[in-house]
Design a protein around this ligand. Structure first.
Ligand code: FAD
Length: 364
């Protein structure tokens, strides 16, 4: 098949690479001038184990399977990862009960190596930590996400695929047996494809509305939840990822580490109604308060506004968190078209697994 993948984020690139490996002719159309310029360059770069998500959900399945595939891919493609492990910490009895529920959830999801440890055991490995107990997840880690995307791109090209940059998709219509796609940008024009994948991230709903004949009730709402990060101006004190118990809309302001060993905090959850990428320095106050819950030694004046990312959510504050939404034929009644909505965390971890299912759906 001639396959068009819209969006050169981590999910689009994984889909394109998988389709190319299966022998299809693949073009990726990307609106910006490079890979990973959307949500994929504004996240925590954490390889999630798959603990939090309801058993049987797409997020649980793709996170657990995707994580195993991701570590294996990185090991064979020279992409840096560090399986540094993670602690989800409880600072009081109510949180301890919540963390124990997470242990049960993670075990049912098939996550390897999970165990509860006491406060003393946690302090023995992370001396700055204040907690009465923690869930230890040895499979959690960090990844060079840009290196990963470059590796996907490389393999796509090795199999004859390519990316058209500065090429926004403006209109899509089905005229049997082909999809006719109208491009804007640098080389504006039209071309025919056998199959189309909408992996446009924050632009997925807008693109779905440009697909002629696509049922409007199959376009879910887009809810923007910004996640702000603050960098720590000092020597890192933790060697693992440290997460508090989760909050509404996110996993709580956690300690993330990058592969250079730098430490930062975030993301929080800020519900917004239009895309904006500034980090309000005043949000530092709530960061100090929340971080000191598990790290009382956080010095005054040590948090510096860093970057932020926007989660393409499908539900808003107080609502039940939505699952990934993959809409293919027969749900929308159009052949060889897959729309991906709500691919927020753990989308990076899940990307290789999602890609298998998307290409299966195109081939069905
Ligand atoms: C704050 C935050 C923290 C996160 N942390 C983690 C984490 O630690 N671990 C994890 O596993 N996941 C994490 N995620 C989730 C992960 O980053 C995303 O699931 C993933 O990056 C989504 O990739 P994507 O390819 O779907 O979207 P994107 O990377 O946004 O790619 C979509 C691309 O489509 C392009 N596009 C849009 N419209 C069009 C059009 N009409 N024509 C052509 N191109 C178009 C855009 O320019 C963009 O490049 C986090 C997300 C956020 C926001």
């Amino acid at each position: 098949m001639q396959v068009l993948v819209v969006g050169a984020g981590v999910v689009g690139l994984a889909v394109a690479r998988t389709a190319a490996l299966r022998g299809h002719d693949v073009i990726v159309a990307e609106a910006t001038g490079g890979i990973g310029n959307g949500v994929s360059s504004r996240n925590s770069e954490v390889v999630h184990a798959g603990i939090y998500y309801p058993t049987g959900s797409l997020r649980a399945r793709h996170c657990v399977r995707g994580r195993r595939m991701l570590y294996a891919f990185c090991a064979t493609h020279g992409v840096a990862t560090n399986k540094c492990g993670k602690l989800i910490v409880a600072t009081n009895e109510a949180e301890l009960a919540k963390v124990e529920t997470l242990l049960a959830q993670g075990l049912t999801n098939g996550v390897e190596g999970l165990e509860m440890i006491g406060g003393n055991a946690a302090r023995a490995i992370e001396p700055e930590l204040a907690c009465i107990g923690a869930l230890s997840s040895p499979e959690s880690g960090i990844i060079d996400s840009h290196g990963y995307m470059l590796a996907l791109w490389g393999e796509l090209e090795d199999r004859g695929g390519s990316i058209a940059f500065e090429t926004p998709v403006e209109r899509v219509s089905y005229a049997a047996p082909h999809w006719r796609v109208q491009f804007g940008g640098r080389d504006a024009g039209a071309a025919d494809f056998d199959a189309v994948v909408n992996s446009a991230g924050l632009g997925a709903q807008a693109l779905a509305r440009k697909i002629e004949g696509y049922p409007p009730d199959k376009v879910p709402p887009l809810v923007l939840a910004k996640g702000n990060y603050f960098a720590f101006a000092g020597r890192p004190v933790f060697s693992r990822l440290i997460y508090p118990t989760p909050v509404d809309g996110g996993l709580g302001v956690h300690v993330t580490l990058d592969l250079a060993g730098r430490m930062r905090f975030g993301p929080d959850v800020e519900w917004i109604d239009h895309e904006s990428y500034t980090v309000d320095p005043r949000r530092a106050d709530s960061f100090y308060q929340r971080i000191r819950g598990y790290w009382p030694g956080l010095p005054d004046g040590s948090l510096v506004p860093d970057y932020c990312g926007i989660r393409p959510k499908l539900t808003g504050p107080g609502e039940k968190p939505a699952d990934f939404l993959i809409v293919a034929d027969p749900a929308h009644g159009l052949p060889r078209l897959v729309n991906l909505f709500g691919i927020e965390s753990p989308g990076l971890t899940s990307s290789l697994s999602l890609a298998e299912d998307v290409v299966d759906a195109l081939e069905a």
